[in-house]
Ligand binder design. Structure first.
Ligand code: C2E
Ligand code: MG
Ligand code: MG
Ligand code: MG
Length: 292
């Protein structure tokens, strides 16, 4: 559309708007070539149990190494992909890659854990969703219990009756479901109970100030209690300090993700992390058994 209006339309934009529009347009174009040109890479961020040193899972986070602009954050390019509709293809690619990589680890005898991928609304609402997930599992031969889909409250609350059907179908396939950035959206507790979900992820914005802000501490404790009552797992995201981790442990949240434990990392580095945490967890278990 920008192109069609011709050169004269330049004068109708102020310069910052002009730049934003052109910038976005360029990014969108580049993004369409990014998969083919091998510029996109899956990074992995561990979810850990700090008490036992166990690696309990990992989240897949997409990275884009742009040939001229360097690393571009998903916080920038995912919204561009969503607006342009390209997210459908991008999301399918991430799903497929994640399954292939995890299944590859399994066949190499690595101590594999469930991998969570982030799902955009257009992917969740896509008519090919269920068939696409099944295809990715079949083609990679990954067990469905090693795939987790992270969905935000906003996505879940969009069309509740179709949401419940889709979640149910995914559960029947054996895939796990997690609610991302929990507490920042508007989910109704009434529906939360009816969604066949497995996990709540407490948003980083609450975790950030739990030690200093009594409101955030109260909200975090309430989410942990809610998860326990609904028999859901609970994960805290964005844990950066031992004080935050201690607070969470005291309130009963034993699964954490954050820079305190590990940053999102490329595949090779994550493989080493997997092997190390296996050793640490075994040592911990050994000590535990001697104590008894
Ligand atoms: P998210 O799903 O909530 O992912 C967590 C974000 O928090 C990641 O940012 C991660 O790097 C960051 N994070 C983790 N621990 C800490 C910490 O201790 N401190 C701080 N400051 N940050 C931490 P990232 O990788 O930049 O991703 C941003 C968002 O982009 C994600 O938020 C997710 O919504 C979206 N995203 C990333 N990859 C994909 C993807 O493959 N598909 C889709 N649809 N969205 C994606
Ligand atoms: Mg996420
Ligand atoms: Mg999140
Ligand atoms: Mg977040």
């Amino acid at each position: 559309a920008v192109k069609d209006k011709g050169r004269n339309s330049y004068h109708f934009f102020d310069s910052t708007m002009n730049e934003t529009v052109l910038n976005k347009f360029a990014l969108e174009n580049d993004l369409r070539k990014a998969i083919e040109q091998d510029q996109l890479e899956l990074y992995f961020q561990p979810k850990v149990n700090p008490l036992t040193h166990e690696l309990v899972g990992a989240e897949v986070l997409l990275r884009w190494k742009h040939p001229e602009r360097g690393m571009i954050s998903p916080a920038i390019f995912i919204p561009v992909a969503e607006e342009s509709g390209y997210i459908v293809e991008l999301g399918q690619w991430v799903l497929k890659q994640a399954c292939i990589i995890n299944s590859g680890w399994q066949s190499q005898g690595m101590p594999i854990v469930p991998l969570a991928i982030n799902m955009s609304s257009a992917n969740f609402r896509h008519p090919d969703l269920l068939a696409g997930v099944q295809r990715s599992l079949d083609e990679s031969k990954l067990l469905p219990s090693f795939l987790v889909l992270e969905l935000t409250e906003g996505i879940l609350m969009q069309d509740i009756s179709s949401t419940i059907d889709t979640l149910q179908a995914l559960k029947t396939m054996g895939v796990s479901l997690s609610v991302d950035d929990f507490g920042t959206g508007y989910s109704s507790l009434h529906y939360l109970k009816r969604f066949p979900i497995d996990e709540l992820k407490i948003d980083r914005s609450f975790v950030q100030d739990i030690v200093t802000d009594p409101n955030d501490a109260a909200i975090t404790a309430a989410i942990i209690g809610l998860a326990q009552n609904l028999k859901l797992s609970v994960v805290a995201e964005g844990v950066e300090t031992t004080e935050q981790a201690d607070f969470l442990l005291q309130r009963g949240c034993i699964t954490m993700q954050g820079f305190l434990f590990a940053r999102p990392m490329p595949k090779g580095e994550f493989e080493r992390f997997m092997m190390q945490s296996l050793q640490m967890a075994q040592q911990h278990k050994g000590v535990f058994m001697v104590d008894q």
